[in-house]
Design a protein around this ligand. Structure first.
Ligand code: ZN
Length: 500
């Protein structure tokens, strides 16, 4: 077999796995957007069948043979082919090192644990949920051991979401962030300046929908290769040629659906910017969760909460909702766009306090996986950290340790990505402003194309060529650091709340 033929066959198999994954994704999207209430059982069967077919394709021994052939001829491969080969090996090893019975058991337990979590959350019953969490921790350690990470299970779980990242690196970054962020948050909370969100009342959903479509289209989202619908929790699903985003509407909270749509648009723009001809291989895939989140946060926060952005959009927003906005002054409006208010609930948090919610979860996950925190002691540890970081103690476990869905699916190591993404977004933000002078003047004219072009070249089109930390270094010239996020928060929120 020639090297070219082996490469071509490997790529065609990777594309097949990718296409199967997109079918799976579409079924999942449909489940959350369209599924009739009594059709859930069939959908569960369809999803399980697709997962089985996909797993069979991904673990086909023929892929192992092709990888071995190509690894023996590495010198003949182009740099791009080497990138594809390296990631195909990594993905293949992860699929075949996990016994099928283990994968089935984990899926079964995740489904049971999800339902147990939903019930226990409704009753605020942590002891009822604890055995499910305990079992998930055991499965996570077992999975790490299969993959050769028995001594450092949390590193494995982090690496699954952010390739190359480790608990030690995150610990250092978060410690540096926390030491300045906690006092900044306290200063802002103590400020006499208060944002008001209760002044937004009676924004018809149809008009909100039209407005956010116009905004996201102008940011660069291509609606010929994607769409936006409504679901309980907003998300973005799909890759390259077909992106499905969702949002939710509240007549009395129009900024919420707008910003969540812009957030999902950031994810969608990343996927739409990956190279279509390379879909399915590492050259046409996103790096990981942290980089993904850097894209959604950059559009949502640095761009869409800026004065320049609203210089263009505020007149249009007022024209769409003249009656609802009549009594709201421009300063009041801009303050509401940048409201800061510590809350117990992560998904309701503003961008200043959000990172503290993540630091809390990282700290607890790390101790759980290391075995230095027992599941039974988790609620008390959660509440103590919430008090220390946010100045708030949950009145019950529903608003504390039971609030998030992630752990019920065994998704440890996922939370840090949100905060890493925030750091990355700020670091990219200062870099792109240096590279493209006058960027905010573009925004004030409603032109986001130079920013999108820069992100396309530097991030989206790079695929998985670099891991999370390398990418940040290659693009910005320095390692990932929280300094830029702290500078950005101080500049934006200092000006609004502290008169800086
Ligand atoms: Zn996101």
């Amino acid at each position: 077999m020639t090297t070219e033929a082996a490469c071509a066959e490997l790529v065609s198999r990777l594309k097949r796995i990718h296409v199967l994954g997109t079918v799976n994704g579409l079924l999942g999207w449909d489940e959350q957007v369209n599924l009739p209430p009594d059709s859930a059982d069939l959908r569960a069967e369809q999803l399980a069948l697709m997962a089985e077919v996909q797993h069979a394709a991904a673990s086909d021994p023929r892929i192992g043979e092709l990888l071995a052939v190509l690894e023996g001829r590495r010198a003949e491969l182009s740099p791009d082919q080497q990138v594809v080969l390296q990631h195909a090996r990594r993905d293949y090893d992860r699929v075949v090192k996990l016994p099928a019975e283990f994968v089935r058991e984990k899926a079964r337990h995740s489904s049971q644990a999800f339902h147990a979590w939903a019930d226990c959350k409704a009753r605020s019953d942590f002891p009822g949920y604890a055995p499910y969490l305990q079992k998930h921790l055991e499965l996570a350690r077992q999975e790490a051991a299969y993959l050769g990470f028995a001594a450092a299970p949390y590193d494995y779980l982090i690496d699954r979401h952010d390739p190359g990242m480790t608990a030690a690196v995150i610990e250092r970054l978060f410690a540096e962030l926390k030491v300045s962020l906690v006092p900044l948050m306290r200063e802002i909370v103590a400020s006499p300046v208060k944002a008001r969100l209760d002044i937004f009342r009676g924004f018809p959903v149809e008009k909100q929908r039209a407005f956010l479509r116009a905004v996201t289209e102008r940011l660069g989202f291509n609606y010929r290769r994607g769409r936006i619908d409504v679901s309980l929790h907003p998300f973005c699903e799909g890759s390259g040629a077909d992106i499905r985003m969702t949002t939710r509407f509240d007549e009395n909270n129009p900024l919420n659906s707008l910003f969540s749509s812009i957030h999902e648009t950031g994810h969608g723009l990343y996927e739409q910017g990956t190279r279509l001809e390379h879909q399915g291989t590492a050259l046409g895939q996103a790096v990981g969760m942290g980089v993904h989140e850097s894209q959604s946060r950059l559009w949502e926060n640095q761009v869409a909460r800026s004065r320049a952005f609203w210089r263009f959009f505020e007149p249009r927003f007022r024209k769409t909702f003249p009656r609802q906005l009549r009594a709201i002054a421009p300063d009041e409006f801009y303050l509401a766009v940048n409201a800061v208010q510590p809350t117990l609930i992560r998904v309701d948090a503003d961008e200043v306090t959000y990172n503290l919610h993540i630091i809390l979860r990282f700290e607890l996950e790390k101790r759980l996986l290391a075995g230095t925190l027992a599941v039974a002691d988790l609620p008390a540890a959660w509440n103590a950290l919430a008090q220390e970081l946010l100045g708030l103690t949950p009145p019950n476990d529903r608003e504390g340790v039971l609030q998030d869905v992630h752990w019920s699916g065994g998704m440890f190591g996922y939370f840090p990505s949100y905060c890493l993404g925030n750091m990355m977004a700020a670091q990219l933000w200062y870099k792109v402003q240096g590279d493209l002078p006058g960027l905010e003047d573009d925004f004030a004219r409603g032109d986001f194309s130079r920013l999108l072009g820069w992100l396309r070249r530097n991030i989206h089109e790079q695929g998985r060529r670099h891991d999370t930390q390398e990418l940040v270094k290659v693009v910005t010239g320095e390692p990932l650091t929280p300094r830029h996020l702290l500078r950005y928060l101080r500049e934006r929120y200092g000006a609004l709340y502290l008169g800086n």
